[in-house]
Design a protein around this ligand. Structure first.
Ligand SMILES: Cc1cc2nc3c(=O)[nH]c(=O)nc-3n(C[C@H](O)[C@H](O)[C@H](O)COP(=O)(O)OP(=O)(O)OC[C@H]3O[C@@H](n4cnc5c(N)ncnc54)[C@H](O)[C@@H]3O)c2cc1C
Length: 248
């Protein structure tokens, strides 16, 4: 690929000729088999700004990728520029106000490790490698959601690079409509989110207990009975408890 064509892109640029392209083009769902024109790994906000400007100049469609766990592979595509923000990392905790500010490339596990070691909980998801920004933009349900709400309920501010390549802020008083839309309307719609700020629940020393039951070789009638009891029991259950069931 002509290096003049790539001029303006910053961060690590991966082209189809690069040995890492084959791995870099894949997301969590390996059934999604797409061939982007380029993948740019952004390490700074400015890399994202440059990627948007480059895509506009060259009229290339973009996809935004963080943890790469979109079930249907919406963070990649054929002949697109994938703006990968997974290397946009950094976590900052304000203990006085119980506020976490993170760069948008963090995964669940990194956030759990960081704030967990400081006595905090984060209402994130169950899969360690899901990207927190993709999770939150889609609402975000986790095992503590009955107690703390969805992931997006804790979001108080975000920064994003918009379609013009401008860095803007959204919170309940600045770009309030955009902020509203970014709390559950799904990722990849309104710009590239580069940072998120969360109001955390107060620190706690309590531990988590996981109890698992397996009913092997049961009948359909028994399964229906369990579901029935469960559905009646759940609404009044202590909010600290969460139940998950799978029927195979
Ligand atoms: C194994 C597995 C377990 C899961 N567990 C849970 C769970 O417990 N709870 C739950 O609620 N969900 C869960 N999910 C769903 C998951 O939260 C969503 O698929 C989420 O969108 C993945 O985010 P990602 O950043 O990893 O994925 P990506 O594929 O990178 O992104 C997902 C979408 O968000 C967009 N996007 C990502 N980052 C940004 C950004 N910074 N700015 C703008 N747009 C962005 C992408 O363009 C894409 O449309 C799970 C998914 C998998 C595959």
């Amino acid at each position: 690929m002509d290096s003049m064509f790539l001029k303006g892109l910053t961060g690590e640029v991966v082209t189809p000729k690069d040995p890492i392209y084959e791995e870099a083009r894949q997301g969590w769902n390996r059934a999604v088999n797409k061939f982007p024109l380029l993948i740019v790994y952004c390490e700074k906000k400015q890399d994202v700004v440059n990627a948007i400007r480059w895509a506009r100049k060259h009229r290339v469609d973009i996809r935004i990728r963080s943890g790469g766990h979109h079930y249907e592979g919406y963070s990649t595509g054929d002949c697109v520029l994938v703006i990968d923000i997974s290397r946009l990392n950094g976590l900052k905790l304000d203990r006085k106000r119980n506020i976490l500010k993170m760069k948008a490339g963090e995964e669940n596990t990194e956030v759990y490790d960081f704030i967990g070691s400081n006595g905090y909980v984060f209402p994130g998801g169950t899969c360690p490698t899901v990207g927190v920004s993709g999770f939150t933009l889609g609402g975000g349900w986790g095992l503590s959601s009955r107690l703390y709400g969805l992931g997006c309920d804790s979001l108080i501010e975000l920064e994003l690079v918009n379609y013009e390549g401008r860095l803007i802020k959204a919170n309940k008083s600045c770009n309030a409509d955009l902020f509203w839309a970014c709390r559950g309307a799904g990722g990849g719609n309104f710009g590239v989110v580069v940072s998120m700020t969360f109001q955390l629940p107060k620190p706690t020393n309590s531990s988590v207990t996981l109890v698992r039951f397996f009913y092997v070789g049961t009948t359909k009638e028994k399964q229906a009975q369990v579901m029935n009891i469960w559905q009646n029991w759940l609404p009044k259950l202590d909010k600290r408890m969460t139940l998950v069931a799978s029927i195979l």
